[in-house]
Write a protein that binds this ligand. Structure first.
Ligand SMILES: *Cc1c(COP(=O)(O)O)cnc(C)c1O
Length: 421
């Protein structure tokens, strides 16, 4: 079936229960077992079913199945936030003494998570150039457990060379983890280009109206076979002491998300609330319609900015002047490039003054809302990152990032014009 049909129907059986057309919110902590044997069977995975909402929940189950369909994967797990999705994906692969290869163009929270917080857990990171992957292969060693990058990066709006990253990863048997938050499942499906694991911050375009925090991890088909024969990741193919000797790769279920659920979600517990899952399911129904409009509006605003004398550079991959233009055209549906764009003005001070002058744009550190948003990364999202790392990750102190919403672009352009004067 086509993407827009799946976005509306996948994962939900309306003949179940009362036949509610809206997916029911199963707002419960726990589930009654029929008897002691039923309980024992659920715990030993002889029978599958809900036990406790930290691990599984029927509303989340619909969101997970819908994401599997949209991202063309084998299994998915919904978690508390994009940050926790990234944490779980990486913690599922790497432990103390291992290293992760991290793109040079990433969300600020991913940089602090990997290079600072997880470093204190004994993990090290090495940085590669995501736009050409020239130095990627030289960084891989026996302890490399993941290659992490964003298909379309926030806030640098860089387009990764997905095919080259995937080819190098496959040659060395290393798992690729792609954060597809900005491109969204509507424009790009990393799994169809060979990526192993996709993560999303569902708080952005999935929700689409800035109402709920959530995250999702999706794995491709075939990871059980991959892990069963790969000496880099023995924790999937050796008995898990913490789960009475379970061997994940020997189960008839996709092992990557299963291990996150049974081991990491069990122990760390950053789970999604059923209410948020319901909001996100509703968000997905209109995802591709919205992303198309966000992209069209953003292109109009980007063209206007390109014509402004105060603007030193406009960064939007659907503009022919952008260095990622060819990749965006190749990878993203109809060459659309999301609602995210950035531009540089003359100075840090000038950037702040524009932020202080706009009326229609809200000064918000979020993206993917139906309302247009404006941020100054250097003084907000990326202010915890030291200046030298900031420049390395492509953030100029005079950069302004816009998340173009669903308003009429004429009004947005008018608002920016006034702020420039
Ligand atoms: C927002 C964002 C995250 C973090 O997601 P939360 O849901 O806010 O935890 C991760 N990656 C990217 C690209 C993001 O934009």
């Amino acid at each position: 079936m086509e993407q827009q049909t799946l976005a509306i129907h996948a994962g939900y059986d309306k003949t179940f229960g009362y036949g509610s057309m809206s997916v029911p919110i199963e707002q419960t902590t726990a589930y009654a077992f029929r008897d002691a044997d039923h309980a024992a069977n659920l715990f030993s995975l002889k029978e599958l079913g809900p036990i406790y909402s930290r691990l599984t929940n029927p509303t989340l189950d619909v969101l997970e199945k819908r994401y599997v369909a949209l991202e063309k994967g084998a299994s998915a797990i919904a978690v508390a936030s994009g940050q926790s999705a990234i944490f779980y994906a990486i913690a599922n692969l790497a432990e103390a003494g291992d290293n992760v290869l991290m793109s040079n163009k990433l969300y600020g929270g991913s940089v602090t998570l990997l290079a600072h917080t997880m470093k204190r857990f004994g993990l090290s990171v090495k940085v590669f150039d995501c736009e050409n992957a020239d130095n990627l292969e030289t960084l891989i060693d026996d302890k490399t457990k993941a290659i992490f990058f964003e298909s379309l990066s926030n806030p640098q709006i860089a387009v990764s060379d997905v095919e080259k990253i995937v080819a190098i990863a496959k040659k060395h048997g290393v798992i690729t983890v792609c954060d597809n938050t900005v491109a969204t499942a509507a424009l790009f499906n990393p799994i169809t280009w060979g990526v192993d694991v996709v993560v999303h911050s569902a708080s952005k375009y999935t929700d689409g109206q800035g109402r709920a925090i959530g995250g999702i991890v999706v794995e491709r088909e075939g990871l059980n076979e991959f892990f069963a024969s790969n000496p880099r990741y023995t924790h999937f193919s050796l008995p898990d002491e913490s789960y009475h000797g379970l061997v994940y790769t020997s189960l008839p279920l996709p092992c990557f998300c299963l291990r996150i659920r049974l081991a990491l979600l069990r122990d760390i517990g950053a789970c999604m609330s059923p209410f948020n899952a319901w909001l996100l399911i509703n968000g997905l129904e209109t995802l591709s319609l919205r992303v198309e409009r966000h992209s069209k509006n953003a292109l109009e605003v980007a063209k206007f900015l390109e014509s402004c004398p105060n603007v030193k550079g406009v960064n939007y991959p659907a503009l022919e002047s952008h260095k990622g233009y060819a990749k965006a055209k190749k990878y993203f549906k109809d060459g659309y490039a999301s609602g995210l764009l950035s531009f540089d003005v003359g100075s840090f001070e000038e950037a702040k003054s524009i932020i202080n002058s706009v009326k229609l744009f809200s000064v918000v550190v979020n993206i993917g809302d139906s309302k247009s948003l404006i941020t100054h990364p250097a003084s907000t999202t990326h202010s915890q990152i030291p200046a030298d790392e900031l420049i390395k990750s492509g953030i100029n102190p005079a950069t302004i990032r816009l998340s173009i919403g669903l308003e009429d672009p004429k009004d947005l352009i008018e608002d920016l014009k006034k702020a420039f004067n």
